[in-house]
Design a protein around this ligand. Structure first.
Ligand code: FES
Length: 103
């Protein structure tokens, strides 16, 4: 089950990435948000409520789509391109992502 589905029949080059340790395939040119939400129903869980989040504005303004790489680097899923070998985590971080990103 996924939140988004592709409506274009155009096929880009496959891009392999990992989400919570699971190998998945996106399409070249996808944002992280598109890559993740064409495969599942959420980007992460809110660090405040624990509720699932899937982005809101989709233009880099609302801070709803923060995810982390396995090395702890935060990124905005809606304004970051997926890249080959990217290793993403959807889990709730111990430190709110917006605090980590601004420090
Ligand atoms: S969805 Fe709003 S900043 Fe990414």
């Amino acid at each position: 089950m996924s939140l988004l589905r592709r409506i274009s029949t155009a096929q880009g080059a496959p891009v392999r990435f990992w989400l919570d340790g699971q190998a998945l395939t996106a399409m070249a040119g996808d944002t992280v948000l598109t890559a993740v939400l064409t495969q599942t129903t959420q980007l992460r869980r809110s660090e405040f409520s624990g509720m699932p989040r899937a982005g809101f504005c989709l233009i880099g303004s609302c801070q709803d789509c923060w995810m982390r790489l396995e090395d702890g680097t935060p990124l905005r899923a809606c304004s970051t391109s997926i890249v080959e070998g990217m290793r993403l985590l959807s889990g709730t971080p111990a430190t709110p992502l917006h605090q980590k990103a601004s420090s």
